[in-house]
Design a protein around this ligand. Sequence first.
Ligand SMILES: [Zn+2]
Length: 410
Amino acid sequence: MNPFLTPSILIALFCSVFLIDTVVDFLNLEASKKPLPASLKDVQTEEMKLRASNYLEKRVYLGATRSVFLLVSFLVLLGRGFFRSLQNFSEHCSDKPMLQAIIFTLSLVLLNQIAQIPFSAYSTFVIEEEFGFNRTTPKIFISDLMKSLFVGLLLGGTLFSFIVSILMHYGANAGWIIWLGYTAFQFFLVWIAPVTLLPLFLKLSPITEGPLKTAIESYAKKQSFSLDGAWICDASKRSAKSNAFFTGFGRFRRLVLFDTLIEKHPESEIIAIVAHEAGHFKLGHIWKHSLATTLASLVVFLAIQKLVEADSLYSAFLVRPGNVGIGLILALMVLSKLSFFLSPIGAYFSRRNEYAADQFSVETTGDAASMVSGLKRLVTDNLGVLQNHPLHVILHASHPPLVDRIKPLV
Ligand SMILES: [Zn+2]
């Protein structure tokens, strides 16, 4: 099968993703404003509910503005032959295909990054600030931006040159070879991230001696769950929102609790949340998820290999075919839009796992009440809305809406 693209198909793809995404976001906003059913009346007062949907409203409008801006920019750039000019520029700079591809891709990546900055700054310093979540200073904001750009360029650049050189030299088998290399790279990242990448952004310190530490350790021991201790991270430097997660594997596995979680939740709720996270491991969600994403990445690389070989990919963006490195970034732009239509599959399995992990927590702690009150507190403290539109749940929700989530627990 020869993938076939034209500028019109490309435009239709970008516009349809934009339309569906935006309409569903606004439907979800409307759903959040509906009167609460009796079962949720104790979670949010009328005033809190209004505040949560105001918070959602600001984010939906910001998201829609950003999407309009990015879509219009894309259409204007495409229509004005920008991609062709960029290709000419890269050929002017070097006669080596690899360098041309790097110049072409780096320009697009940097343009996109710069375009995102005002939206992300507005989100942090205006919206999050207004609702009392923001604790990021302009200094931390800029240093985070620089650090992630640096890490992104280093890792992304390495991966990009690897993929391009395989595409250039291995033709028909390229997809499989890239997949093997990429999978090895992923495992390496997962292995080194807790000690290299995470400390760049968060400061971890071992949890202090006390009843919480004892309770976490005795829970882990009872479940024979290997753990390299519980750690607290200074998430409060950036945001007042709370969370907890595990990082690393086997005996190097660390439990990371946001300091904000410890501030706000009683010990029994923290144990229920830790047990939920442990459930994701014990029930095999982590390895099943890794396996699924590894298989999905194979499909992506085989699709990339097919796409970069097709002249129609290049003509859709109005550039000359021939440089598979330039084809790679164009193929990724197409695939990222196509993946939107597959996102319900991942979201469905993620929601199913959340129910199972909640169940695991209740079974192993014997404390359903704390799981329920912990979930309620997480949603209200993070100003989540309690009612979502079904289409929004299908498309985006990695976690089930609160009302569905607590139903099996009470
Ligand atoms: Zn979970």
